[in-house]
Design a protein around this ligand. Structure first.
Ligand code: SF4
Ligand code: SF4
Length: 162
């Protein structure tokens, strides 16, 4: 699987197999791939890029081994780092939770059909294991999770458009 959108010949096989495109015809992976170099700044502010559900069907269908999924994901990452429009609030919440607790969601309570509430202990589950949040933060830092590469990315986009 490659990340080079220049191999795309706009056959639209990715879009014809994309489940999101079925529900929202304005979401077209082949168009996002085509626009990712020439119209990047607009794409970073486009709500559309957040509709991808990461199913990988587009990259499995692509005859050129292009991955629209990776291209959309790169756009999402760049949009998040540059605080562009339409970044879902959940990303901020996820980032904070990972840093503070090492978990991707809060510990849930169980609610029965009679609306009685139970925690883990009350239904006989062991407590969650202690999580080394420092190690998780270090790993996320190494992966670039907290990077703010906005200026570099803008420079790259500008160069591509020159
Ligand atoms: S399936 Fe591949 S080659 Fe065809 S439009 Fe999508 S990314 Fe381009
Ligand atoms: S990974 Fe995203 S773009 Fe690709 S087919 Fe699934 S929803 Fe569509």
């Amino acid at each position: 699987m490659i990340f080079d959108e220049t191999a795309c010949y706009i056959c639209a096989k990715c879009t014809s197999g994309c489940p999101t495109a079925v529900y929202d015809p304005s979401f077209k992976p082949h168009v996002i791939v085509a626009r990712s170099k020439v119209d990047r700044e607009a794409l970073l502010n486009d709500e559309n890029i957040w509709y991808c559900v990461l199913c990988k069907r587009c990259e499995r269908r692509c005859p050129q081994n292009v991955s629209p999924l990776l291209i959309v994901t790169e756009l999402k990452n760049e949009s998040y780092k540059c605080a562009k429009a339409h970044v879902p609030k959940g990303f901020e919440v996820l980032s904070r939770l990972l840093r503070e607790t090492g978990l991707s969601s809060k510990e849930e309570i169980i609610i029965t059909e009679d609306f009685d509430e139970y925690n883990r202990e009350e239904i006989g589950l062991p407590p969650l294991p202690k999580i080394n949040t420092k190690a998780i933060t270090e790993a996320l830092t190494e992966l670039g999770f907290f990077d703010t590469g906005c200026e570099d990315q803008n420079a790259k986009a500008g160069t591509a458009e020159d």
